[in-house]
Design a protein around this ligand. Structure first.
Ligand SMILES: Cc1cc2nc3c(=O)[nH]c(=O)nc-3n(C[C@H](O)[C@H](O)[C@H](O)COP(=O)(O)OP(=O)(O)OC[C@H]3O[C@@H](n4cnc5c(N)ncnc54)[C@H](O)[C@@H]3O)c2cc1C
Length: 284
């Protein structure tokens, strides 16, 4: 389908972006890679009379690593993440996750900022950012503010970001240890039926810290404090993994759709999380 007519704006700095958002209010939206927004416009599920392209804003680009602190500019693409050697070394779960997103064509255009800002429960990066306890950096007419990824998602496509705010960057501490991003999808290029991001730090053969989040099993990503806590102090054996899965199943609320009925999704969630924990522990 063809989208409704729109005006295209391409400001060269953030002040220009914010001024356009103020001027056009509800009628304006920023566009990053366009691989979520343009399909929505073509399907007439989004009507955006003023599209504000972020491609010319250099301050939104680039990956920086300072000690253990990693900062991803909002316009960093999934391909940038996959091909950044320093990032693959300090936080390999980002590469593992990005490789599970869509296909190479989408990954060349799709940005981490668009993936995280959007609030689509099917997107893979939001759960990952919750697992990593990342901070989202926003700018708006009243200045800048930071929101923890674990507090950003309120409902499907409803987030803590105001309409006149722009996500500028995402940062997190790379904690090291074991990691895994496991995803069940119907075919290559599909969104998750269930996906799990897991990090585990080991000490003396026991789990010292664990963080677990899942994707597309509720209308927001689900970081389960109880699931991580179920592993801490254990040797990550079968009983501890079962307890972590049981805790996560308490926290998710899947709904039936073309990926299957609720019982199937809960079953897949358990299988995927078990695999993710097992792989993360083997790397811890
Ligand atoms: C065939 C196909 C398969 C896909 N499969 C997957 C998948 O398996 N997993 C997955 O995670 N994603 C998948 N995607 C989505 C893809 O990763 C998107 O590109 C991504 O989610 C959005 O990034 P974008 O840069 O394209 O954002 P855009 O489409 O440009 O924007 C998406 C939304 O975010 C807003 N936005 C963008 N950037 C900012 C910002 N900096 N600040 C504030 N708001 C912003 C826009 O206004 C818009 O509402 C798929 C897409 C396609 C077309």
């Amino acid at each position: 389908m063809i989208p409704a007519p729109f005006d295209y704006h391409r400001p060269s700095d953030m002040q220009g972006v914010l001024a356009l958002l103020q001027e056009h209010g509800d009628e304006a939206r920023v566009i990053a890679g366009g691989h979520s927004l343009i399909p929505m416009m073509k399907l007439r599920m989004a009507d955006v009379p003023h599209l504000i392209d972020l491609q010319a804003i250099d301050s939104l680009k680039g990956i920086s690593i300072s000690g253990t602190r990693v900062t991803l500019g909002a316009m960093v693409t999934q391909h940038d993440i996959i091909s950044h050697a320093g990032l693959a070394q300090i936080a390999p779960i980002l590469r593992e996750t990005s490789l599970q997103i869509a296909d190479p064509q989408v990954r060349y255009m799709g940005t981490v900022g668009g993936n995280v800002a959007n609030g689509d429960p099917g997107n893979d990066m939001p759960g990952l950012m919750q697992c990593l306890d990342a901070t989202l950096h926003l700018i708006g007419p009243d200045g800048t503010r930071d929101v923890p990824a674990r507090e950003y998602y309120e409902a499907a496509y409803v987030t803590a970001r105001a309409d006149d705010e722009v996500l500028t960057a995402i940062s997190f501490d790379a904690v090291g240890g074991g990691y895994a991003y496991e995803k069940q999808k119907r075919k290559i290029g599909d969104y998750a039926t269930a996906a799990a991001a897991v990090t585990i730090q080991a000490s003396g053969g026991k789990v010292a810290q664990a963080s677990i989040a899942m994707t597309n099993l509720s209308d927001t990503p689900v970081w389960s404090e109880a699931a991580g806590a179920a592993l801490i102090g254990s040797d990550c054996g079968a009983d501890a993994v079962k307890a972590a899965v049981a805790a996560m199943l308490e926290d998710i609320e899947p709904t039936e759709d073309n990926r299957g009925p609720v019982a199937f999704k809960r079953h897949v969630a358990g299988v995927i999380l078990t695999r993710a924990i097992t792989r993360a522990w083997s790397r811890a």
